[in-house]
Design a protein around this ligand. Structure first.
Ligand SMILES: Cc1cc2nc3c(=O)[nH]c(=O)nc-3n(C[C@H](O)[C@H](O)[C@H](O)COP(=O)(O)O)c2cc1C
Length: 397
């Protein structure tokens, strides 16, 4: 073969351009850009947006850039083990799927496609109360996935109990109680866009259909898009939220929850050390430091900033997880090095599913894993215990 021929690296164009674009996406941002082209603006804004001025979310992104890693050389990093043990069972990577509502709005394959990727990669999948797939449907479609169920305590406790029992019967291992949502956050983008589930066909929609025909064809030709737990509801989301979220929920309700769920309970949306201490004292199994990806209280504490203090206070009593703005394996490494047991991703996998369904989510995991492993090797960490021994420094602003 002539020398120049060996330099040619042409790939035959794939039948599907989307497949090629997903395979060649190098970062989560690449997938986000691609997803913007695939779904109507109302859907993309719903995923990307946060509450009010969106300050919390911007600050969460910025906080990750202030983490400084410790480099160690000559430590034989030829074998890297990213696994971590959760409730006595191994997971392959400390990056889990956060609960997100309405996943079938982003792509018709919905929650089961994300769960299938979790199963394939031995990761934890969390199903939201606001899911478009019910606990039993998810279990039937992806029986092998390690699954946790996210609960909003509803105004009507009987409704809460019924969904908790469904999750129990469907083999969900743990319950995630979200506490940062006594009322719905104010999402300016969704209000401006008039977001409803399912989307209403208005005059402007016709134009939207012309722009993103595939998304609409899928919407019209696949199973009805609705909340699995609230079938028949098609009011604006704020009204649904007002009917579901119970602003009177308090610490004592956790005792009720502990009496009806006899498995691990993880509390999500913890935003200060005092609450973390109180929850640890009440015997919960884990806490997730989270501001709901900036989608609830805007201008509140940034999870990464309070992580070291919370780890110092209750790290020996409960598992501490974190989420918000994890967009790379380096971000995940930073959180684990600062003491988190694992991180949860929300938007990152939603960009993947919007860009290309299950394959898009798979690509998200590939990208995050690639960066996580690479950062381990470059810091000289061969396993997660060493990531935490080596640690990291969060520089102040
Ligand atoms: C579109 C969307 C829907 C969400 N729905 C829920 C939900 O139903 N329950 C919940 O506890 N958290 C929900 N969250 C918050 C996530 O669980 C997680 O806290 C957040 O996405 C983390 O930030 P990140 O998106 O920057 O990774 C949602 C987030 C997004 C982006």
């Amino acid at each position: 073969m002539p020398y120049f021929a060996s330099l040619i690296d042409w790939k035959l164009p794939s039948i599907s351009r989307t497949k090629t674009k997903i395979a060649t996406a190098v970062t989560i941002e690449d997938l986000a850009k691609l997803s913007r082209k695939k779904v109507p603006k109302v859907v993309f804004d719903y995923v990307e947006g946060s509450a009010l001025d969106e300050v919390s979310y911007k600050k969460s992104i910025e906080a990750f850039t202030r983490v400084e890693f410790n480099a160690n050389s000559l430590r034989d990093v030829s074998k890297i083990d990213t696994s971590v043990e959760i409730f006595g069972k191994k997971v392959d990577l400390p990056i889990f799927f956060a609960p997100t509502g309405y996943t079938r709005l982003m792509h018709h394959v919905g929650e089961p496609a994300v769960a299938a990727v979790a199963e394939k990669n031995n990761l934890v999948y969390s199903l939201s109360t606001m899911g478009t797939t019910s606990p039993s449907e998810l279990a039937a479609e992806v029986p092998g996935v390690r699954r946790w169920f996210q609960l909003y305590v509803m105004k009507n406790r009987e409704n809460s109990l019924s969904i908790i029992n469904q999750a129990k019967d469907a083999g969900f291992e743990a319950l995630i109680l979200t506490i940062d949502t006594p009322v719905a956050g104010i999402r300016i983008r969704d209000m401006r866009n008039g977001l409803t589930i399912p989307p209403k066909i208005r005059f402007a929609t016709v134009l939207a259909i012309a722009r993103k025909p595939m998304w609409w064809i899928n919407l019209f030709t696949t199973k009805k898009l609705e909340f699995a737990a609230f079938k028949g509801w098609n009011k604006p989301m704020v009204e649904l939220a007002a009917a579901i979220f119970d602003p009177s929920t308090k610490f004592e309700d956790l005792i009720w929850l502990q009496s009806v769920w006899n498995g691990p309970i993880i509390v999500k949306g913890v935003q200060n050390v005092e609450d973390a201490k109180k929850l640890a004292g009440m015997g919960v199994n884990g806490i997730i430091l989270s501001n709901h990806g900036g989608r609830q209280l805007d201008r509140g504490p940034i999870p990464l900033e309070i992580l070291p203090e919370v780890v110092a206070a209750v790290g020996n009593k409960v598992d501490i997880y974190i989420d918000g703005a994890v967009m790379s394996g380096q971000d995940a490494y930073a959180a684990v090095a600062l003491g988190a047991k694992a991180v949860f991703i929300g938007r990152a996998y939603l960009y993947g599913i919007m860009a290309g369904g299950e394959r898009g989510v798979e690509r998200v995991v590939e990208i995050l894993k690639r960066d996580f492993v690479n950062t381990m090797a470059l810091t000289g960490a061969r396993n997660i215990a060493e990531v935490q021994q080596i640690g990291a420094t969060l520089r102040s602003r």
